[in-house]
Design a protein around this ligand. Structure first.
Ligand SMILES: *[C@@H]1O[C@H](CO)[C@@H](O)[C@H](O)[C@H]1NC(C)=O
Ligand SMILES: *[C@@H]1O[C@H](CO)[C@@H](O)[C@H](O)[C@H]1NC(C)=O
Ligand SMILES: *[C@@H]1O[C@H](CO)[C@@H](O)[C@H](O)[C@H]1NC(C)=O
Ligand SMILES: *[C@@H]1O[C@H](CO)[C@@H](O)[C@H](O)[C@H]1NC(C)=O
Ligand SMILES: *[C@@H]1O[C@H](CO)[C@@H](O)[C@H](O)[C@H]1NC(C)=O
Length: 440
């Protein structure tokens, strides 16, 4: 896994074409500048509050909705979307909205500040999408969107990571009450923001389909997945959820046995059973498909006339960054993000994302055709997560790992993300996307 090489010549060709196109466009751009100097990209767009009903007004919201607009080269008025997935991390001196002491719900092992991570540079970056800007998180706006609804974040510990970031961000405006906890394991906690009657919950379901994790039973070394059956722990509560967010992936790479009904469909990295190796990409695709299908069916069962529209969001696979062995110092030692194009994503990360994007597109098209009260969308974070090798707890998953001096062996977490940290940007994007989806 992760060793596939990609032909680069097509990339090269594209680059040449773009360069050529740029030269061709400069005269047009100059002409445009001459005709409409006010609307050059070098002037800030008028803010929506000051916008007049002029045909030339470019408001910042237009850039994000994909409405026809004048682009950098003036005369070309094609539909250009603000693709939040494309961009770079830029330095930003602003303090994060919360910190390791002000937010009480951060899981211990993500609280890098409290655990003595000495460098703080990783806190001061903002995600800058290429064709627009990402506004700072506004907790009151998010809570208003969640008013009288239930947002469930379903998946593995990365879904939980995103939920904890969201809770901390929202808590800067309104205090969440923990209304349900299943004790020490705490895999299905639920919070309510009473002021807004907004419920936010987590559902542990690392495969989305029914299954047993490889650590699920004593001595079990492999996953067992039932690819044709959604995990009832969340599926049975779908009628009580208004927004469903899925985030999974990391558990799929382990040795696994896959079932369809009672029959073994195949295995991954588990030759002892003498079944066909089908690989985890195929299983991942089937699991995502099954989960989306489940939501569509449930919405249909609740009657064509379900009064409330449901929103389903798939957070795409956030890559890990192990550069060395997980139990040696310096497993993910980076202190700064990658620059744009500095390091290409691993094949596995790309493929996981691609599967999710494709499955969401297919499910979404099917739903649109049948006019169901349902929206299915991606929150495409794979690339921006990939660019943050500095955002993981590393050894600071444990408190003060080097209190007694340097250590040879130390457990490292290069999968999850420090809070505050890069995941906060996922939720900033989620807010912007949710505003737009609501308008659609
Ligand atoms: C813009 O148009 C809308 C409706 O077309 C109108 O209600 C509003 O008053 C107009 N605003 C200005 C500044 O002309
Ligand atoms: C965390 O935030 C609180 C409240 O904003 C502030 O009083 C405190 O000094 C901050 N702590 C750290 C370690 O930055
Ligand atoms: C409170 O929110 C729940 C969803 O979590 C909803 O079913 C209920 O109707 C809301 N209550 C009111 C008074 O709107
Ligand atoms: C797998 O095949 C080998 C060789 O044919 C056989 O010895 C072994 O018992 C088989 N294992 C299972 C679980 O069927
Ligand atoms: C809902 O179910 C009905 C009958 O069971 C079916 O005809 C229809 O296509 C389904 N709609 C969706 C959106 O799945």
């Amino acid at each position: 896994m992760g060793t596939t090489h990609h032909p680069r010549h097509s990339h090269f060709l594209t680059k040449k074409l773009i360069t050529w196109a740029l030269y061709a466009l400069i005269p047009l751009a100059l002409l445009h500048f001459y005709l409409f100097p006010l609307f050059s990209p070098h002037h800030p767009s008028p803010s929506p509050h000051h916008s007049q009903n002029s045909t030339h007004t470019i408001s910042s919201s237009h850039q994000a909705t994909g409405a026809a607009r004048t682009d950098e080269f003036g005369l070309i008025r094609r539909r250009q979307r603000c693709d939040y997935a494309e961009g770079r991390w830029v330095r930003d001196a602003a303090e994060p909205l919360y910190n390791g002491t002000s937010c009480r719900t951060i899981k211990d092992s993500r609280n890098c500040m409290a655990h003595g991570r000495p460098d703080t540079g990783y806190l001061y970056w903002r995600w800058k999408p290429k064709h627009c800007t990402l506004p700072p998180f506004d907790p009151a706006s998010f809570l208003t969107l969640l008013k009288n609804t239930h947002l469930a974040m379903i998946g593995d510990s990365l879904a939980r990571n995103q939920l904890e970031s969201l809770l901390c961000l929202l808590a800067t405006s309104s205090r969440p009450e923990l209304v349900y906890s299943d004790g020490e394991v705490d895999k299905f906690p639920r919070w309510v923001f009473l002021e807004y009657n907004a419920t936010v919950s987590a559902f542990w379901s690392p495969f989305l389909v029914r299954g047993v994790e490889r650590t699920g039973a004593a001595g079990q070394t492999h996953n067992v997945l039932y690819l044709d059956s959604a995990d009832a722990r969340w599926a049975s509560e779908l009628d009580k959820m208004d927004t469903v967010l899925f985030c999974v992936g990391h558990w799929f790479v382990y040795p696994s046995v896959y079932y369809e009904g009672d029959a073994v469909l195949g295995t991954h990295h588990f030759p002892e059973l003498n079944h066909t190796e089908i690989g985890f990409f195929a299983a991942f695709r089937m699991a995502i498909r099954r989960a989306l299908r489940e939501v569509v069916d449930a919405q249909n069962r609740s009657g064509g006339g379900a009064e409330k529209e449901k929103l389903v969001v798939v957070t795409t696979f956030p890559p890990a960054h192990f550069e060395g062995e997980w139990d040696k110092a310096g497993a993910c030692p980076k202190k700064e993000p990658f620059g744009e194009g500095e390091k290409e994503m691993d094949y596995t990360d790309k493929e996981m994302r691609k599967i999710e994007v494709e499955e969401v597109a297919a499910a979404s098209a099917a739903v649109a055709e049948r006019g169901a009260m349902l929206k299915i969308k991606v929150l495409d974070v794979t690339e921006l997560a990939w660019m943050r090798p500095d955002g993981h707890p590393g050894p600071y998953m444990h408190p003060n790992p080097f209190a007694e001096g340097p250590k040879k062996r130390v457990q490292n977490d290069c999968v999850h993300w420090c809070l505050p940290g890069p995941v906060d940007a996922w939720n900033e994007i989620l807010l912007e996307r949710m505003k737009k989806w609501k308008e659609e």
